[in-house]
Design a protein around this ligand. Structure first.
Ligand SMILES: CC(C)(COP(=O)(O)OP(=O)(O)OC[C@H]1O[C@@H](n2cnc3c(N)ncnc32)[C@H](O)[C@@H]1OP(=O)(O)O)[C@@H](O)C(=O)NCCC(=O)NCCS
Length: 231
């Protein structure tokens, strides 16, 4: 068989504790910076900040990791994080208040982040991670915000069943990037798991999946030189 068509074996597992975080932090730093230190996110986090982010995720919710185990040298290639909503962010608190009948602290989690290494994008890995996270947390709603111009994020979340909260106005946040202040606009989406009851069945991790490589020409065509670093 043509080597390019061999499935990529991906193991999805739970980040269990701080000891494991200590072991994974170098690989997580590489992955996180590849995902978020460039356009359209521009986060610029260093290793100790990334450690704190994942320590908080562990404390407040769930982190799943995806490793490529196709060869002897396994490699971290994706993660997803879900956290309980209390105190997560003022903007999401106001969404809670506006939808007070719908969302409460028991039936809702926050989609705190998802990231996939560049080489593995466009193969459905973010979708797999999001589905596994949904099976682990088993709540009715998962709420999130994302940058309005982060098209891969919007498409992959919408394909995983997230819908725009049309009655919530986008918010603008200021970020300093290389000495320049940028205005970034965020929109809000929700995944209603009442529509996918079968996905709420508990699954045991770790699990191994096959990703089928395909032509990624569409996904790697940059819109501008800055985005070429990230998308
Ligand atoms: C957003 C991100 C996680 C998506 O990961 P991914 O593994 O490539 O996403 P998937 O392959 O599961 O995408 C699901 C669907 O969206 C589509 N999609 C993803 N990126 C796309 C792009 N750039 N252009 C067009 N479609 C895209 C996929 O083709 C797929 O559609 P299909 O099911 O019809 O094939 C990845 O681009 C990433 O890590 N970006 C940087 C970090 C980030 O911005 N995270 C989101 C904010 S929290």
């Amino acid at each position: 068989m043509d080597n390019a068509q061999q499935p990529i074996k991906i193991r999805i597992s739970k980040l269990e504790n701080l000891d494991q975080l200590d072991k994974e932090i170098d690989a997580l730093t590489v992955l996180y910076q590849e995902c978020f230190n460039c356009a359209p996110n521009f986060d610029g986090y260093n290793k100790s900040e990334i450690y704190k982010i994942f320590k908080n995720y562990l404390h407040d919710g769930l982190v799943l990791l995806a490793h490529d185990i196709s060869s002897g040298d396994e490699k971290l290639v994706g993660y997803v994080a879900r956290v309980r909503p209390r105190g997560y962010s003022d903007d999401l608190e106001s969404v809670f208040k506006k939808h007070i009948i719908r969302f409460n602290y028991k039936n809702t989690y926050i989609a705190a982040g998802v990231g996939v290494a560049k080489f593995y994008r466009g193969l459905g890995l973010a979708g797999l991670l999001m589905d596994e996270a949904r099976r682990q947390i088993r709540v009715r709603y998962v709420l999130m915000d994302t940058q309005q111009d982060n098209i891969p994020s919007l498409i992959s979340h919408q394909k995983s069943g997230y819908k725009m909260l049309e009655d919530i106005k986008p918010v603008t946040r200021r970020k300093r990037v290389n000495g320049t202040s940028l205005n970034l606009t965020y929109v809000f989406l929700v995944q209603d798991n009442g529509m996918f009851p079968w996905l709420n069945q508990k699954s045991d991790l770790p699990r191994v999946f096959d990703l089928i490589p395909k032509s990624k020409q569409m996904l790697t065509t940059p819109h501008n030189p800055e985005q070429a670093n990230c998308l």
